[in-house]
Design a binder for this molecule. Sequence first.
Ligand code: OAD
Length: 235
Amino acid sequence: MKNLVVLTGAGMSAESGISTFRDAGGLWDQYPVEQVATPEGYAANPKLVINFYNERRKQLLEVKPNRGHELLAELEKYFHVTVITQNVDNLHERAGSTEVIHLHGELTKVTSSFQPNNPRFIKELKPEEYEVRMGDKAPDGSQFRPFIVWFGEAVPMIETAIDYVDKADIFVIIGTSLNVYPAAGLLNYVHSGVPVYLIDPKEVRIASGRAVHVIQKGASEGMEELKKMLLEIRD
Ligand code: OAD
């Protein structure tokens, strides 16, 4: 089976009812990014940041995967699919995708404020634990913080992601403005000759000059179209 590597962003989950970041009325219009998505913001007002992610977690219980997530999961019948997502929701997993790399962390997990990337301190929350409180502590005595990669922090999963992109036979980009690095730079690791598809209702500026098959549609409709195209080149 061919290796199909898919990079997804907030637009993948838009049709499930989760706001994107940079579209008009997106999350970064409603909440200043430096307050809720930087280590400095967290140091200045941990309670505000913890509450912001509590709200995001609560929303997870209200949304469900859309047809786009489901179609992507169904492609596992025909391809070895690796999803590299910038999303912190769990909708790919809930749709049935079995290989999901989260570049920017996961809402369903918390970790130590001192050593956020130490696997010993990363804890998966049960839905009844989604409301994290000030005073909830990691085993090292620090406040439990969201397991989210904030701006200015290292992206530990990028190396794993690059390894998969390097082996991709087909590369797909869905619902990301490609504004945030290092995720946006993954395209540079796709070998020449590997077909690249992009699904987004808006025009996305691609820094490298390589040819991209653009499907200018939303994730669900775009995935229907992509599935037909991919089945023609499956072997
Ligand atoms: P953006 O909000 O920057 O981009 C969302 C993209 O989704 C845009 O290109 C939209 O046109 C597109 N879009 C909107 N509706 C769509 C639909 N129905 N179907 C498909 N695409 C649609 O979000 P990201 O590129 O994911 O990081 O942002 C990257 C990172 O920046 C996020 O992971 C987050 C943010 O700050 C952190 O929080 C660390």
